[in-house]
Design a protein around this ligand. Sequence first.
Ligand code: GDP
Ligand code: MN
Length: 388
Amino acid sequence: MKIHEYQAKELFKKYGIPIPRGNVAFTVAEAKAIGADLGTFPVVVKAQIHAGGRGKGGGVKLAKDRDQVEEYAKQILGMNLVTHQTGPEGRVVKKLLVEEGLPIEKELYLSVLPDRGTAKIVFMASEAGGMDIEEVAAKTPEKIIKVYIDPILGMKGFHANELAFGLNLKPELIKQFNAMVFALYKVCVDYDCSLVEINPLVITSDNRVIALDAKINFDDNALYRHKDIIEYRDLDEEDPFEIEASKFELNYIKMPGGNIGNMVNGAGLAMATMDLIQQAGAAPANFLDVGGGASAEQVENGFRIILADPAVKGVLINIFGGILRCDRLANGVVEAAKKVGIKVPVVIRMEGTNVEQGREILDKSGLNLITAKDVSDAAQKIAAIAKG
Ligand code: GDP
Ligand code: MN
């Protein structure tokens, strides 16, 4: 799960990680009031969306006086902000973070996350922080240093020092920097984060180390033990189909640009199916794993969600009946088809437990469903149909 910068900063504050003074605003009037309360200028007006790259997209502005705070708040609130992370469709800005502008001497990059390869917690840091970190990672990866921490042993002083030295910090900054990285490590572990990132982490001209930006992603599988984080969820920032799917515990992810809906049981089979669709010359419109033990109701809801997507020009159902028996699947598909009505071609490939009963249910349904003899055949058929 993702949260907004202002929410991540709220968590930082609880852990004693220095952040700029500021507050969240939902209207231009609120933004103006916060700007005035800060008592200093410049004031930074920042779009709050679940995507980075806002600065380059025009979603972060430095206001030199009250009038400019109002001007930028009007400009950014409600704008459709397009960044390299939002995709070309962009994201409508519904909240602003209004903060004191700081005198920046240097912009650093700092993040902490679990590293699956080593089963450790890794800190990544770079002197070349700021808006071009992606380019730094691609062109000069040696400018990013990594410090690995065994979670059983925990973080020690030498880990923090290694980061501080790696960043060439002035000696007078090391104490506050080290306190900050210890707190960040704690945030990451306490909340089961999949990423905690500060870009930029700034050194101010008066020698303070401050988190100017804040991004935290959480492991969804651990959210049940963080009720306070679930409250941060912002449905405005999520895909409506994905929200609907999460109500039925379906693993659904919308794939922008695709036209073939697909419903599969098992994540591996779903990935393979998406590859086959691609190979056949079409593009998947979604990932949907209905799960090994899906009920007829889940199948029905999955199918309904796929069919509701206007981008879908054809559907491929690929099920290997194991725990989810083929007759149950067939019933779910037929029920959903009757309720929603199918306006696009549907190709079904199924194998496994009770496959004969399943085929019989589909045949007797009177619905126009195309059966395939195997997975490749199914992918070829749906791709050919989608091409028209
Ligand atoms: P992002 O582009 O979505 O990552 O948004 P950031 O919060 O990182 O802001 C983008 C850039 O705006 C930063 O890299 C800074 O250069 C600039 N910026 C943000 N806040 C301030 C500030 O308080 N003072 C100054 N001078 N620049 C700022
Ligand atoms: Mn940033």
